[in-house]
Design a protein around this ligand. Structure first.
Ligand code: 8OZ
Length: 370
């Protein structure tokens, strides 16, 4: 039987009412890294998604890379997030928090003691980040990073473990490890940003080591069935590059198989851009990666993302996907599942209000009349 976007599905321990996922979306509305009451309204409005994945959320001060993004490492943050998870649950939704360490995609202004950001290797990312200067958001070049010492890596794994524990205390249904888009774990994966000569660099196995250790630690802490992982095999986002992504991500998929994760969340192509983006010499074969995952015992749901609309989502569900994540459509349509079901017109997202600001372009998109 062909499943539809509106059929329930089990993803690990997560019992989801439908297959429509709200993708993680950075919105820069959490000054001091503390979630706000306005964020509660925003997520509550979107509780009809089968699953909400929060905006990327820092696991530590060192993991911060942008102005006014939230964190999940302190008691104050846990208390603030609890109000949000309660609001989503009261409206029948499920919500996981995306655990984030930006690595080199940061700026000294955002780091503890204004120190250099950390990375697998001391190679500056050719990308920008956002600072608030004089109350106004400004795009600035990322700062030159320093290479992490091998003895610092267990501490970073512990930071992920601690954040996962905080997530459960805050009432989240689980977590998603952010392994995508050129941030710390992706920087370790890819040859363009990882020139280490220790056990965390060089071979594919070594470059994948930190991602696998982190995912394993989180799964151990809260259960694999409450742990998801996001990957972006060919994205050029944040200066991510690899000369040969297929064997790298096939290996990652095999290594994840035994962890019994809730889901794998795969960005197809360039994040927020071309779905057929190529990195390396041949188009990436996502079916092959999925086959490797299944062959290694992976039972998690397969979540696809990037530029999906109603038609493409339904086609993907009838082939290989279990869940479809929607980003920009969820920014502009708080009641997206209903609109997809009724094939109703969609509100258009306003780019000018994606990052920073208040209600405008955040909690003021209208739902359909009851
Ligand atoms: C847009 C702006 C800032 C961060 C990602 C967390 O690409 C992000 C992000 C997106 O995963």
């Amino acid at each position: 039987m062909m499943s539809t976007l509106f059929d329930p599905v089990q993803a690990g321990s997560l019992k989801l009412a439908n297959r429509i996922v709200m993708a993680p979306l950075t919105r820069n509305r959490a000054p001091g890294a503390i979630p706000t009451p306005l964020m509660q309204t925003y997520y509550r409005q979107r509780a009809s998604a089968g699953l909400i994945i929060t905006e990327a959320t820092a696991i530590s001060h060192q993991g911060q890379g942008y102005a006014d993004v939230p964190g999940i490492w302190s008691p104050e943050q846990v208390t603030a997030w609890k109000k949000i998870t309660d609001a989503v649950h009261a409206n029948g939704g499920k919500i996981v928090v995306q655990l984030w360490h930006v690595g080199r995609v940061s700026h000294t202004d955002l780091q503890p003691g204004n120190q250099a950001p950390v990375a697998p290797s001391a190679i500056t990312a050719k990308t920008k980040t956002v600072l608030i200067r004089g109350g106004v958001p400004a795009f600035v070049e990322t700062s030159a990073p320093r290479a992490l010492r091998p003895d610092e890596l267990p501490g970073i794994v512990d930071n992920y473990r601690h954040a996962a524990r905080c997530a459960i205390e805050a009432g989240f249904d689980g977590v998603e490890v952010h392994g995508a888009n050129g941030y710390l774990l992706d920087q370790f994966l890819r040859s363009g940003s990882n020139q280490r000569v220790d056990a965390y660099g060089g071979s594919i196995e070594n470059r994948a080591r930190l991602l696998v250790e982190v995912t394993q630690a989180v799964a151990q802490e809260i259960g694999g069935g409450r742990t998801g992982l996001r990957l972006s095999p060919v994205t050029p986002a944040n200066d991510a590059s690899d000369s040969n992504p297929q064997p790298l991500f096939d290996h990652v998929a095999r290594a994840l198989g035994p962890l019994q994760l809730a889901y794998l969340h795969v960005i197809e192509g360039a994040t927020g851009g071309a779905r057929d983006h190529v990195q390396g010499s041949t188009p990436f074969d996502y079916q092959a990666m999925r086959a490797q995952y299944r062959a290694a015992g992976g039972t998690g749901a397969w979540m696809v993302n990037n530029g999906y609309d109603r038609e493409l989502a339904q086609a993907s569900l009838s082939q290989d996907a279990d869940l479809v994540a929607f980003g920009r459509l969820f920014i502009a349509n708080p009641d997206l599942p209903r609109r997809l079901r009724e094939d109703a017109p969609l509100n258009d997202p306003d780019r000018a209000t994606f990052y920073g600001g208040a209600e405008k372009g955040y909690t003021d998109y209208p739902a359909l009349a009851a």
